[in-house]
Design a protein around this ligand. Structure first.
Ligand code: HEC
Length: 229
């Protein structure tokens, strides 16, 4: 594969076309608007291979080039039916409830490691079964505000990301709860996901295992770590 935008793009070894849009200082792909770091890279490669295959006529590519970059990127993705970039377009700040796209959202679009830590907890605090021996838990700013204000529930859009570490402080897995109004009214409207340190998804969605255990604290909006009211 070769770069169709030579001059504007930097080539990576694997031939993904990149443009430095200086969006929060990150390089993002011209076509899919995804950062090529870590997981995004795999995503980008698969999307853009398809995109470039379809756009093999330079005409199409030139047309894209003339228009607004992000808008066109998301449109193109839409045309290709790529669910993974849903967050770029229609539903604004809401994270998608699809594993890969969700992980991408919390690692690239809205990097969770920049969020505040769960109130009263530091980094690498002691955890209990079934989660890690050591835990670091981040709370999205909107969820944080609800907790601080003792609202009793996390608002739709709120996300809690818990990193699970081995006893010798190696990242083992990430477990997440994401509140989306109407997603699962029978169980607090939480979307659950567990993925390995390398990004491989273990479980996601309305996961019975997660739900059944966390049900014990449904009066606290299904959250164990500390009070929400
Ligand atoms: C057997 C019970 C149990 C199961 C199963 C379980 N959890 Fe937990 N979870 C806990 C406990 C207890 C905590 C509090 C942290 C700790 O002490 O380990 C917790 C904490 C969390 C937190 C931090 C917010 C909170 O509720 O305190 C998240 C996020 C989370 N779990 C996600 C998940 C996901 C995703 C799954 C399923 C893949 C899952 N949990 C399965 C018991 C469970």
């Amino acid at each position: 594969m070769f770069c169709l935008f030579a001059g504007n793009m930097k080539m990576l070894n694997d031939g993904v076309s990149l443009l430095n849009l200086n969006l929060r200082g990150r390089r993002i792909c011209y076509l899919c608007a995804v950062s090529p770091d870590s997981l995004g890279r795999l995503f980008c490669i698969s999307v853009c291979r398809r995109a470039l295959a379809l756009a093999n006529a330079n005409r199409v590519v030139e047309e894209i080039f003339m228009r607004k970059k992000l808008l066109v990127s998301s449109l193109l993705a839409g045309v290709l039916g790529v669910a993974g970039i849903a967050h770029v377009s229609a539903d604004g700040h809401m994270a998608p409830t699809e594993g890969k796209a969700f992980i991408q959202y919390i690692t690239e679009k809205n990097d969770y490691t920049k969020w505040p830590l769960f109130p009263g907890k530091g980094k690498l605090y002691k955890g209990a079964h079934p989660h890690g021996a050591l835990l670091t838990t981040y709370v999205s700013p909107d969820a944080m505000k609800a907790m601080r204000d003792k609202k009793g529930v996390i608002p739709s859009g709120g996300i809690i990301v818990k990193e699970n570490y081995t006893p010798d402080a190696k990242l083992d897995a990430v477990t997440v709860m994401y509140k989306k109004a109407g997603y699962n009214p029978d169980a607090g409207d939480w979307y659950w996901i567990k993925y390995a340190a390398n990004g491989a998804i273990d479980k996601e969605g309305k996961v019975p295992g997660c739900i059944n255990c966390h049900r014990a604290v449904q009066g606290n909006d299904w959250i164990f770590t500390g009070p929400v009211k």
